[in-house]
Design a protein around this ligand. Sequence first.
Ligand code: GLN
Length: 478
Amino acid sequence: MRSAFQQHFRSVLSAARKVHCRAKQPPAAAAAMAPLSSKAGDPDLTAPAPASTISSQRCLPEPSPFYAGSGLDVWTMMNQAAAEVGAVNLGQGFMSFPPQCFIRRAAQEALDQNVHNQYAPPRGRPALLEQIAARFSPRLGRQLDQASEISVHAGANEALLSVFTAFLTHGQDHEVILMEPAFDQYAPNIAMAGGKPVYVPLRVLAAADKVISSDDWKIDMAELEAAVSPKTRIIVLNTPHNPVGKVFTRDELAQIGAISERHNLLILADEVYEHLTYGRDHVSIASLPRMWERTVTVGSAGKLLGVTGWRVGWAIGPRALIQPTLAAHTRIVFTTNTPLQEGVASAMRQAVSNGFYEAQRQEYERRRNRLMEIFDDVGLPYVVPDGAYYLLVNASAVRVPQDYLFPEAISSRGPNFRLAYFFIREFGVSGIPPAEFYCEPHRYLAGDYVRFAFCKTDEGLDAAAVALQKLKHHLQSE
Ligand code: GLN
């Protein structure tokens, strides 16, 4: 019998041969992407290549179809559109204010120590593992073993990718259930790991033309269970939820947990906003009876400390789940950057005693209330978020002229993208079209919502309030 390595080698070889043959034709994708006209002086990519370069160009392999498209991710697309007109950026969920001084200093001090500038162990720096264990042991209702139950990652995103990579197998059609709207990285990360996302949308049980609660967005548990197949491996649960702001109740978590037990599934709990809830308690599903053994809980220093650019996150779970996750992480990035792990560890240590976490939570609650007031003033209803830092605004009352000119890249992505773009161009405020958080057949469920982030400065929110005054003249009732 051929070994797995030999089979892998043969398939790589045969793929390489195919590339070689196909490269004799100009790649179709390249032809489709070719510019319609070239500016004077620019190389004309559609013109035949000079004879001397043909042979080398023919050897270029095509990119994987998975990455070959020109489609930008929603964050880059909306950031670019906002920057073009200098719009107030309430789109991507990054903080527009600087991290607190003690947090910046923690990173600076780490950089100044030679030992903190070399590779970290793949699992993570002991100082950070210790802080994660200290914070999450009480939240998960058990004493975490930092030597086996935690791994540090290059952001929560890479923690998620590592879990998918560890538990999905290429060629076996493994399925992962996502609850929509679902953060846009989940589905591609699942596909990269060889799996297939299966979508179950949250259902809105209230009239969306009024201000409603994020708790009005519910998972139909029968629908969730019906989505499970013999190929299902994982249910992804995001609480507090991006972009709805829903904080799943203990009862909802127990029902999801019961489904995972009945079908022997893993739960991947994306809890990166665990520290930001408003008048509700965040409950970790891993703290519920019997859930620990089947759950990986993912967290983020970027969100916890307001340093999304540091790319430090973690995964917590039983040894049996963290060991393969760590093995995948080791092959994806090997280790997470050392100085910022140390910076996070030091900042988390200080934050326990300096009151940072509660002060930060109150600040976000204040910003949330401010953004809700802004939309109350202009007359658009929204979903009151109980957690995280996003506001879903229902902009169905905004009149977008039929003949409004949209760039093709926006227009082709449907009405929800057009609406978000209209906000940027006409009102100078950028948000994210939540359609991006739905699979194609469910995109209509994004309706006329636009997501606005409130992890922004008071000046930014004030500027948005002024800019949005123009919106009052675009309401349907006018
Ligand atoms: N989590 C953030 C958001 O939803 C940023 C996501 C990203 O840029 N990939 O806005």
